[in-house]
Design a protein around this ligand. Structure first.
Ligand code: GAL
Length: 438
């Protein structure tokens, strides 16, 4: 598992993280708990005391995220008669609150029946901490090895075992626009590079929109910064930042920090207090023209009835598709193993992926979907995905472990206030030294 292209044949085994490094990220407490969970998980694969409730833990509590979850739940009700869905969602974009609650529940040996985990480095955290079960045998039973592209199967496989069922592929590096605000400012083009983007931001600003680029708190700033890094470094060198082949001291990173700093001058000053949906509201209300956000924004705008939007890939990213994938796992010590397995089977099924992804803004992980079944944005994303250059996301766990992500978020949060470019680069170098593959 690591950064090999999901659809392609792999790029020579850059795996990104050692087992030992990721264990260090998760910490000793989690490992102790994993032992406790292990000893309580001795029900021999039964449904665990006869409960028929499946507690599904996510951070999809509102808007398009909730609509996607609801789609899955209705399919689950059809496929898993006798089982009951229990909503364990903890609100907060990117799992900012949910991940803390989950970590403490896992530490206390009180896991939900299933939880949302990003494919890639984040999933490896849970595998290395021995907190989730190997479900390879079920993959065979459910025909999932044929349903997902080989590159994705390779990406999910650790020491020959598979631990999660991916529900989707999301794209992170997308700019969403308010069409009327842009038209009023006389902006007619889609910027292809940062200079063009800044020229358009200036045009909108000249029309009296003080903060034309809406952004929210730390992780949303990390997303914007990652997009700038892709522009300045290119996809391969960007990917190298996470697998050790690109040095965070690189001059390209210095340039990216400077470009990012310039972009921040076009953003709302209350950014550190806002979640992604608050920043999205600035776009919907015509108080901003642009927002960089993952393509869950398409679904959320649709769910909120806002039609006056368009989108483009972050300027300078070319054909790079910065991917992340939500997947579901079977935690060690889950109370309702049979019900959870039925949930996982639904997540991986053609009907489940359609019910979920048509509402979530993402594209299905399965290869057998019919594009015409999907809204306009996803049809475009499905087409892009086929020929895209792939790059992972740290803000959404495909590129970096949770420890590294936390350090990056803190570094960006501090920069938002102090604007100290050298300090930001030093903090990012230090984070890589602490968390990258040794
Ligand atoms: C991501 C997640 C997406 C979406 C987003 C915003 O981490 O993968 O599905 O929910 O956070 O909350």
């Amino acid at each position: 598992m690591g950064f090999s292209p999901l659809m392609g044949g792999g790029r020579g085994g850059r795996t990104g993280f050692t087992r030992r490094a990721a264990v260090a990220v998760v910490g000793v407490a989690a490992l102790l708990t994993a032992t406790a969970c292990g000893s309580s998980d001795d029900g021999g694969g039964s449904s665990g005391g006869g409960t028929k409730k499946v507690e599904v833990f996510t951070w999809w509590a509102d808007g398009g995220e909730k609509a996607g979850l609801d789609g899955l739940v209705s399919q689950f009700a059809k496929d898993c008669a006798g089982q009951t869905f229990e909503n364990g969602a903890v609100a907060g974009g990117a799992g900012a609150n949910a991940k803390q609650v989950l970590a403490s529940r896992l530490q206390q040996g009180d896991p939900p029946d299933t939880f949302q985990a990003h494919a890639g480095a984040e999933l490896l955290d849970y595998i290395n901490a021995d907190q989730i079960e190997d479900i390879s045998a079920d993959y065979d039973g459910w025909g999932l090895k044929q349903a997902f592209p080989q590159g994705l199967i390779d990406n999910l496989t650790v020491d020959g075992k598979i631990y999660s069922v991916p529900a989707n592929i999301h794209r992170a590096n997308v700019v969403w626009t308010n069409k009327t605000v842009l038209a009023d400012a006389g902006v007619t083009d889609t910027p292809k590079d940062l200079a063009g983007f800044i020229a358009n931001l200036d045009k909108v600003k000249a029309k009296g929109i003080k903060a034309p680029l809406a952004v929210g708190k730390d992780w949303t700033q990390l997303m914007l910064f990652e997009s700038v890094l892709i522009t300045d470094l290119g996809a391969d060198k960007f990917t190298g930042l996470w697998n050790g082949s690109t040095d965070w001291n690189d001059a390209g990173v210095t340039k990216s920090i400077s470009d990012f700093k310039q972009l921040l001058t076009y953003t709302n000053t209350d950014r550190d207090a806002l979640d992604w949906t608050d920043a999205e509201k600035l776009v919907m209300d015509g108080k901003a023209a642009y927002q960089l956000m993952g393509d869950w924004e398409a679904a959320d705008l649709d769910a909120k009835g806002f039609k006056d939007y368009s989108w483009f890939t972050f300027p300078g990213n070319g054909t790079t598709f910065q991917w992340l994938a939500d997947s579901f796992v079977l935690p060690k010590g889950a109370k309702n193993v049979d019900g959870t397995k039925c949930w996982l089977k639904t997540v991986g099924s053609a009907d489940g992926q359609k019910a979920f992804n048509t509402k979530k803004g993402s594209i299905p992980a399965r290869t057998d979907a019919t594009p015409a079944d999907y809204p306009e944005y996803q049809q475009a994303a499905m087409a892009d995905w086929k020929t895209a250059t792939q790059a992972p996301s740290c803000a959404h766990g495909s590129a970096c472990s949770q420890g590294w992500q936390g350090a990056a978020n803190s570094a960006l949060g501090a920069f938002s206030t102090n604007q100290d470019a050298a300090a930001l680069q030093q903090a990012l170098v230090a984070a890589a030294q602490q968390f990258a593959k040794k």
